[in-house]
Design a protein around this ligand. Structure first.
Ligand SMILES: Nc1ncnc2c1ncn2[C@@H]1O[C@H](COP(=O)(O)OP(=O)(O)O)[C@@H](O)[C@H]1O
Ligand SMILES: [Mg+2]
Length: 253
């Protein structure tokens, strides 16, 4: 197995509070890895620490043969790893046009063929060139999340970090966005690390998953094992009961 991401003993503290407590994970290239856990368990902190948005005080991160030991990230990192956030209202500047939002990463990373890339990116997320000169505040939540995904994909990364990418959206839009992500993953052979509080989403989208509690990983398992009720902790069982997608499932809870 080739690891796309190798996280070892990662620790993140906010003042005295330890939000991430020696987390280790190995995520296989081309796989879709889920992270679940109750609110405040450290899921976002983990993704943000990987992305260089939170400092980690100890531990290591390996991505594509490069080791990162603090929050500093080089350009090569962002060519490989991109993040999509839960709230597409907060993550896209409202007074920028779609064109500007997509152009910015291309300029930063020195791409020349910006026209072609922007057109292709808009097509890929199902919006088309008619959206190019709209302002982000003119778009619906689902359309904004499509732009956020286009912005992440436009640099042709290998790994997407997805922090509750559909949690802020209506149920019908959620399914569309998940399908779009799954299609992009298949076509591009991407590796996903997807956080969700909804175990049905993780079960549908991911091969393996980690269950987090109080800043630590309590177990990692195949999502097939989750579906079959083969998990090690009562905490995972409680999460399944609490997650609405599983309440209707006949077994195994
Ligand atoms: N920037 C921050 N400053 C202080 N505390 C934070 C910060 N970010 C997260 N935390 C705390 O760390 C814990 C984990 O948060 P988070 O990773 O956002 O949880 P989750 O995404 O699993 O809901 C929470 O107790 C949260 O309040
Ligand atoms: Mg979170």
């Amino acid at each position: 197995m080739t690891a796309a991401l190798f996280i070892r003993d990662m620790v993140v503290s906010f003042d005295e509070y330890r939000a991430l407590d020696h987390v280790s994970l190995q995520i296989e290239e081309g796989s879709s890895f889920g992270i679940v856990g109750e609110s405040g368990s450290g899921k976002s902190t983990l993704l943000r620490a990987v992305a260089g948005l939170n400092r980690f005080e100890s531990g290591t991160l390996d991505v594509g043969g490069t080791r990162y030991s603090d929050h500093r990230r080089d350009k090569a990192f962002y060519r490989t790893v991109q993040m999509v956030f839960q709230d597409p209202y907060g993550s896209l500047h409202p007074r920028q046009t779609v064109d500007r939002l997509l152009l910015e990463p291309l300029v930063i990373h020195g791409f020349a063929d910006t026209e072609t890339r922007i057109a292709r990116a808009l097509d890929e997320v199902g919006l088309g060139s008619g959206f190019r000169f709209r302002f982000s505040h003119q778009l619906s939540g689902g359309q904004r999340q499509r732009i956020a995904i286009a912005r992440a994909l436009i640099l042709e990364p290998k790994i997407l970090l997805l922090d509750e990418p559909t949690s802020a959206l209506d149920a019908s839009i959620q399914a569309e966005i998940l399908n779009l992500l799954e299609q992009a993953r298949k076509e591009r052979g991407l590796t996903f690390v997807m956080v969700s509080h909804d175990l049905a989403v993780i079960s549908h989208m991911c091969d393996r998953m980690a269950v987090m509690k109080s800043g630590g990983v309590v177990e990692t398992l195949e999502t097939a094992d989750l579906r079959a009720g083969r998990f090690a902790t009562d905490y995972t069982k409680q999460l399944m009961v609490a997650s609405k997608g599983f309440r209707r499932a006949p077994a195994p809870v």
